[in-house]
Design a protein around this ligand. Structure first.
Ligand SMILES: [Fe+2]
Length: 299
């Protein structure tokens, strides 16, 4: 079971929930809580998986691989090239090891997909991806994610530690606390219409760049092998303090799928604009009419 060390200077935003209550999980997730699934565990051969060195990545430090089930592929595609990196990298000359790795990926991905479907199966998913991260992280700065596609789509982000070593995270405050405090000094009014840029600017203003270190208070959570958790990383500040092999299921869906619609990123930004300016900015009005200001040449 995950160990939690709470910092009582900030709100407690970590909950342990059962997969028997999917509604509670979705609601807590949307509100930016860190959700630890107390009765879910990914079953895998952690020792074997932990022994696999990462293939070389195009950009060192970004050892992220989208490993889908191979048998579903038709012809050559990008994912086939990803598998090829493993076959010709860590499993060069070891076909048995490679086959074992494929079986593990198939099993783990199946378990991850089943969990997301069980918890959020009624959502109209637009994309379904599972990424394996072979990154040894020894500390990163607190940050708020700027997720590609966040202008139109929310993401379910479900994580599992696949390494024999624990994974340690820091969890700080909700997006709202930083956005409200820094609205004027970070000139956030200028990016109210662009959610990706908004989160980029907000995160840098709140914590500095990724190579910086902030001493803001945070809770610290230690996840053991196989443990599963969810974090809406675009609206809660977080960091990896240490960790190795991780898998993430990230499924995209329209914001209208939210149960707590006022907690969605576009709604949070809209509320903030109204609270700070007393009215919706012009770009926000355009967005609320579902028009894209950039296509209209005014973004
Ligand atoms: Fe992140």
């Amino acid at each position: 079971m995950a160990e939690i060390s709470c910092d009582d200077r900030i709100p407690d935003n970590i909950v342990r929930l059962s997969i028997k209550d999917p509604q509670a999980v979705q609601s807590a997730y949307e509100c930016g809580k860190l959700v630890i699934l107390e009765d879910a565990r990914i079953d895998a051969d952690y020792a074997f998986l932990s022994s696999i060195p990462s293939p070389k990545a195009a950009h060192p430090g970004r050892e992220k691989f989208c490993l889908a089930r191979q048998e579903r592929w038709k012809g050559h595609d990008r994912r086939e090239a990803v598998w090829h990196k493993f076959e010709t990298g860590p499993f060069q000359g070891d076909p048995e090891g490679y086959a074992r790795f494929q079986r593990e990926v198939k099993s783990v991905n199946g378990q991850m997909n089943a969990l997301v479907e069980h918890l959020f199966g009624s959502l109209p998913f637009r994309t379904r991806s599972i990424t394996w991260k072979f990154q040894r992280i020894t500390g990163e700065n607190l940050h708020i994610d700027n997720l590609q596609g966040c202008q139109k789509l929310a993401q379910i982000r479900l994580f599992a530690n696949l390494h024999t070593a624990p994974r340690v995270w820091g969890i700080a405050k909700h997006w709202r606390a930083y956005a409200s405090r820094l609205f004027e000094t970070a000139s956030l009014e200028e990016v109210l219409h662009d959610y990706y840029q908004f989160n980029t600017r907000l995160s840098v203003a709140a914590f500095g760049y990724s190579h910086h270190t902030t001493d803001d208070p945070r809770h610290v959570v230690t996840f053991n092998p196989g443990e599963v958790w969810l974090a809406n990383s675009a609206i809660v500040a977080h960091q990896v303090r240490s960790g190795d092999l991780l898998t993430i299921a990230h499924y995209e869906y329209p914001y209208k799928g939210y149960v707590r619609k006022t907690e969605a990123l576009p709604a949070l930004i809209r509320q903030l604009g109204v609270e700070k300016l007393g009215y919706l900015g012009y770009h926000q009005k355009v967005l609320s009419l579902k028009l894209d200001p950039r296509r209209m040449g005014i973004g």
